[in-house]
Design a protein. Structure first.
Length: 417
């Protein structure tokens, strides 16, 4: 079936491949929204899905150490499935490329410590003939066996969807269970000294800078399939790489001497787009990041009062604040950038990045909700522009003409501030 034109209902997007279900995922290559693995593997998406399978397999068979136990488990799962299929072939009378090796994969892997073994060691447990056969199977990523090796419940379970995408309702037996999905836990919010919170923001407005931080945060979260980002284990190296990506996309956050203040939405989108590697970004993915930011910036109409929050005149607990989603983003980054003490049991140390994040949180608490509501609407409009026109056409429009179009009373709210 040819791709269907995308249609939206509220904040939900229809699968562009079948046009029948709401999309739950975006293709990592072309960013087309799709609803299931069946649509991802469909003939309408074959050009993209086949290259995806090839890349996945090439990564798995490289003789380089895996960074995480989850990746080692992923390789183990694929090799187990390969061995099972290989044994079935031998039992059915097919020729084996290594008849001398009678040990099965289970016995060869029996003494392996999955918490420390590398992908190279796992790969070395296969005989040369088995390695060659494995490669030949993977040369045809559309084959049933190749897809069986790559598709498993264990691999799906490793993926953490962003915490802000989690459904607001619990599964209902009458409606059936929700699709099997694992979402990250909402980050705990950081406390703010009451003296830092003003009735109105002091100094230049920083909400465009905060939007840039959210765009980078959304990208890094989806890039690592880890939510929240502070859940990344420092010893795996992913935590350091996440900090590096954030520093690259929003350098004003980590540069002590930075005085960058974005004056409008166009200047920030143009700047942050230029900081991505060309292979990392396209207009559809950037539109998704803008939609994420729009959702995070939108004030909550109703918030639940925290039963555990202590009412202290010195400290503000933002848990029940309408802007809590933005505060959760900065709180998660605060934990990511904290410097852990080498002393056992000692608390993490603040630094210039966490101090800047604390200042941003205090600024968010001072911003009037109508300003953020208007900003969220503008982000959604900008997202639609990138989706409809593409990045090149959006970039060709001078930012002055984009920002100075009359937008009525809502636009005036931001201009006044």
């Amino acid at each position: 079936m040819p791709p269907q034109a995308i249609s939206s209902t509220g904040d939900k997007v229809t699968c562009r491949l079948c046009g029948r279900q709401f999309a739950k995922y975006y293709c990592p290559t072309c960013n087309v929204p799709y609803c299931s693995l069946t649509c991802f593997r469909s003939s309408a998406h074959s050009q993209c899905s086949e290259s995806f399978y090839k890349k996945e397999v090439e990564q798995e068979i490289q003789c380089a150490p895996s960074k995480t136990p989850q990746e080692r488990m992923r390789m183990m799962e694929m090799l187990k499935k390969f061995e099972e299929e290989n044994q079935r072939s031998v039992e059915n009378g097919l020729d084996s490329d290594d008849e001398a090796d009678e040990d099965d994969l289970a016995s060869r892997f029996q003494e392996i410590d999955m918490n420390s073994v590398s992908a190279a060691d796992l790969w070395s447990k296969l005989t040369p003939a088995e390695q060659e056969r494995f490669r030949k199977i993977m040369d045809d990523p559309s084959s049933d066996l190749a897809q069986q090796l790559l598709a498993s419940a264990e691999l799906e379970d490793e993926r953490d969807e962003p915490w802000w995408d989690a459904p607001a309702v619990e599964p209902d037996e009458a409606r059936g269970p929700l699709p099997r999905q694992r979402y990250g836990a909402k980050p705990d919010v950081m406390r703010v000294p009451a003296a830092m919170v003003k009735p109105i923001p002091a100094g230049p407005p920083l909400f465009f800078n905060i939007c840039a931080v959210c765009i980078a945060y959304s990208f890094v979260t989806r890039h690592f399939s880890a939510s929240p980002l502070s859940s990344l284990a420092p010893e795996d190296g992913d935590s350091e790489e996440a900090r590096r990506l954030m520093s690259k996309l929003v350098p004003f956050l980590t540069d002590r001497r930075s005085t960058t203040v974005y004056p409008n939405l166009s200047s920030l989108t143009t700047d942050i787009w230029s900081r991505f590697d060309p292979a990392q970004i396209n207009s559809d993915l950037f539109a998704l990041l803008l939609r994420d930011t729009a959702y995070l910036a939108r004030p909550l109409p109703v918030t639940a009062l925290s039963a555990t929050s202590a009412k202290s005149p010195e400290v503000v607990d933002p848990t029940s604040h309408p802007h809590v989603n933005l505060i959760r983003v900065l709180s998660d980054l605060n934990k990511l950038f904290e410097i852990s003490s080498t002393r056992k049991g000692a608390a993490a140390k603040p630094n210039h990045v966490t101090q800047k994040l604390l200042f941003y949180v205090a600024h968010i608490l001072s911003i009037p909700s109508p300003v953020l509501r208007t900003l969220s609407e503008e982000l959604m409009e900008r997202s639609a522009m990138y989706e409809a026109k593409g990045a090149e056409n959006v970039a060709m429009e001078p930012w002055s003409s984009q920002e100075r179009k009359p937008r009525g009373k809502q636009k005036a709210v931001i201009e006044e501030l």
